[in-house]
Design a protein around this ligand. Structure first.
Ligand code: PLP
Length: 261
């Protein structure tokens, strides 16, 4: 029987830990057929990203159209989009097809601080993609870049969620993993009315490469399977918690979270 399908519009991580490789692993682990529209090819290993090549925006849009019009998708997520031109092309392509709920993970940099997004693309995220999103899933670095709000507490997460929601997405998930003083990891979900809190343990591991991608892909999987956004985020939180617990060392740097646990 044909399984539900999910599409990731994202960059390739040659080290296999993050990006579309993490998304595909997660889709498969959740029982979905995964598809990819490749936006950029990063040159990357466990130590960091040493460069990337951007796929022409029209080729990204063509990949989206090709798979959705034939194979169909019940949910879609975006990861590394790299440039304003790609963001505009993705927004245009998604307007032409019905690919289900849209999860936007506004990837801006690697965990080592290597930039994965052109600075002028931040404005395109705000104007072209956020208003189309079912859910946006920024970490606190991305919150600061997108809104100027520097979050240092759980109260700050609420403030940031309000500012982000005003940019037009249906739901916002402000991830608290970078609040290192917080003994737990609180991810805060907001729909403009109600706050939902999802807490998990904080692990003493440096092997969290691909963690953001894996969380967003797990949420996307649950949406493709017909769950509501709060149900999908609850599933994703459990999924990423176990994936970090199962993370493994790799190479000379940081290893990836593992969706096989
Ligand atoms: N490379 C690609 C292609 C990504 O999409 C991402 C994150 O989304 C990363 C690298 C960085 O992953 P991390 O921040 O977990 O190192």
């Amino acid at each position: 029987m044909t399984p539900p399908r999910a599409l990731t519009i994202a960059g390739s991580d040659s080290g296999g830990g993050a990006g579309l490789q993490a998304d595909l692993r997660t889709f498969f682990a959740c029982g979905l057929h995964g598809m990819t529209a490749v936006t950029a090819v990063t040159v990357q290993n466990s130590v960091g990203v040493s460069g990337y090549h951007v796929v022409p925006p029209e080729v990204v849009a063509a990949q989206v159209r090709a798979v959705v019009t034939d194979i169909g998708a019940q949910a879609v997520k975006t990861g590394m989009l790299a440039t304003a031109g790609t963001i505009a092309a993705v927004a245009g392509a998604l307007d032409e097809v019905d690919a289900g709920p849209l999860v936007v993970d506004p990837v801006a940099a690697s965990m080592h601080g290597d930039p994965l997004l052109h600075e002028e693309a931040l404005a395109s995220y705000r104007s072209a993609l956020f208003p189309r999103a079912t859910l946006v899933t920024p970490n606190l670095d991305e919150v600061r870049l997108l809104t100027g709000v520097a979050v240092t507490s759980r109260a700050g997460q609420r403030e940031a969620a309000r500012v982000l929601h005003d940019l037009g997405p249906r739901w916002v998930l402000v991830k608290g993993g970078h609040l290192r003083d917080d003994p737990e990891c609180l991810d805060l979900l907001y729909d403009g009315t109600d706050f939902h809190e999802f807490t998990g343990p904080r692990f003493a591991t440096e092997h969290t490469h691909g963690g953001g991608d894996t969380l967003a892909a797990a949420i996307t999987s649950a949406l493709a399977l017909g769950r509501s956004v709060p149900e999908a985020v609850a599933f994703g939180k459990g999924f990423i918690t176990e994936s970090v617990r199962a993370a493994y060392p790799l190479g000379r740097g940081t290893g990836p979270v593992s969706p096989l646990w």
